[in-house]
Design a protein around this ligand. Structure first.
Ligand code: ATP
Length: 439
């Protein structure tokens, strides 16, 4: 069987499934849509939240050397001056002299020739990717502020607050999830490159000299996280940035790339940023951001290791990874073989009839289960169609309530992947699901 990730039409199938089943819609769709902005529908938000929760659990909850933060999107302009974003967060923009197409010079095969019409392109000019806006009622230079292009800077400027309130000692990290905004020149590939997106970033502060060990630690941790959630290792690879591509302050950087339908592309970047950020903020703000080493009685500015993951790219990768088409009788069964931890619903309750007494009993089971698992209820159309609908959105288990249930107090539990069906007592639904799901 051909590897589904080399199927060029996979992206179209996923975009269509996402729209049809309420995972992802285009922003402002009834007005014709807004470029590269997307809305997560009822199922998409469940998937996205589950992915974010898994990250938070692995990075913050299960470790005692990482704490969380939720900093504001709008920050002082001085933050972006110190971080280098005002002067340097730009991409080389080229424009076609004939068709007026705009491209990122480093994204096209030849920076002089238009990939659309073959005409001559302008010389590249640096285009700052930050969205500019104004704070307060006056739209002048003094009121300029930016929508954050990354969540990381909110962490650096709170470093001192967190150290003083938690008394954490190096090595320790601060984690944050949240929206970031970039006025990208070239967009596309669905939610891969958006202008508004979400990041999950960890800044892990370490003693200089131990940084390469910690860099390796985070490469391993992040790789294993994707594998644990169901990624095929053959669809993942590290790409170490060559020295000449590194930002001047970064010691090294490796991306975790996923084999998306459009080819290998970055899903997460892991960088050793040295002490650049804290040094910059210390210099610009005048506030000392160094820490005291009890062992050597010395002060130093910590180095930082940054695993920075895109939520939307993660969602897209897990959708691609889990999408399966299986021949079934004269038809094709579409299944999202998502890890149940990521599935929008863990269980669907399907009464064989809409009528009493099945309806009341099914609703009672549904109402009890909902308190424990994210669950859904479907009583429309044939049971075969209902199984298909749940397969397509990745629900790992279906519970069918039939006429025998009234007598024997048993329901049928159907497994998404094997399609195997077993009868279990109503009283054991919850414990059976816990055992099968493993949580
Ligand atoms: P690219 O080279 O693809 O533009 P980047 O190297 O600029 O990405 P980083 O600044 O390292 O990206 O951001 C960290 C992570 O944030 C990326 O690995 C990606 O998952 C996510 N990300 C960055 N830009 C976007 C975007 N425009 N849309 C969706 N996710 C993004």
């Amino acid at each position: 069987m051909a590897d589904i990730n080399s199927d060029k039409s996979l992206m179209e199938k996923i975009v269509s499934l996402c729209k049809r089943r309420g995972f992802i819609f285009q922003s402002s769709e009834i007005y014709g849509g807004l470029g590269s902005c997307w809305d997560y529908g009822p199922l998409g938000i469940e998937l996205k939240r589950n992915l974010k929760n898994e990250w938070w659990k692995a990075i913050v909850q299960e470790r005692d050397d990482v704490v969380g933060l939720d900093s504001s999107i709008l920050m002082s302009t001085k933050v972006w001056e110190a971080s280098g974003h005002v002067s340097g967060f730009s991409d080389p923009l080229v424009e076609c002299k004939k068709c007026n197409g705009r491209f990122r010079a480093d994204d096209i095969p030849d920076a002089k020739i238009c990939p659309n019409c073959g005409s001559e392109l302008s010389e590249p000019r640096q285009f700052n990717l930050m969205f500019k806006t104004f704070m307060g009622p006056v739209e002048d230079a003094a009121a300029v502020t930016y929508l954050r292009p990354e969540t990381a800077q909110g962490i650096f400027v709170n470093f001192d607050n967190v150290v003083n309130t938690t008394h954490k000692k190096i090595p320790f990290g601060i984690a944050q999830q949240g929206k970031s905004f970039r006025n990208e020149i070239t967009t596309g590939n669905f939610i891969f490159r958006c202008r508004e997106f979400e990041q999950m970033e960890l800044e892990f502060f370490v003693k200089p000299g131990t940084d390469m060990e910690w860099f390796q630690h985070w490469l391993d941790e992040r790789w294993n996280w994707y594998i644990k959630l169901g990624m095929n290792p053959e669809h993942l690879r590290f790409r170490a940035h060559p020295k000449e591509d590194l930002a001047h302050y970064a010691k090294c950087c490796s991306d975790i790339e996923y084999l998306f339908p459009m080819g290998w592309s970055e899903m997460e970047g892991i960088a050793n940023r040295g002490n650049f950020d804290l040094t910059q903020h210390s210099t610009h703000s005048g506030k000392s951001l160094d820490v005291f080493d009890d062992a050597t009685n010395e002060k130093y500015i910590p180095y930082v290791i940054e695993p920075s993951a895109g939520v939307d790219r993660g969602v897209l990768a897990f959708l691609c990874e889990s999408y399966c088409e299986e021949p079934d009788k004269d038809d094709t069964r579409v299944v999202l073989k998502l890890n149940p931890r990521l599935s929008p619903y863990k269980v669907a309750i399907l009464p064989l009839s809409k009528k009493e007494p099945l309806a009341s009993l099914s609703k009672e089971i549904y109402s009890n289960l909902r308190k424990v698992f994210s669950a859904t209820y479907d009583d429309a159309q044939s049971i075969g169609r209902r199984y298909r609908r749940q397969d397509e959105i990745g629900t790992p288990y279906c519970l069918t309530v039939d006429f025998d249930t009234i007598e024997d107090k048993m329901v049928t539990l159907r497994d998404r992947d094997s399609m195997e069906q077993i009868r279990i007592p109503i009283a054991e639904i919850e414990s059976t699901l816990h055992a099968k799901l493993g949580f």
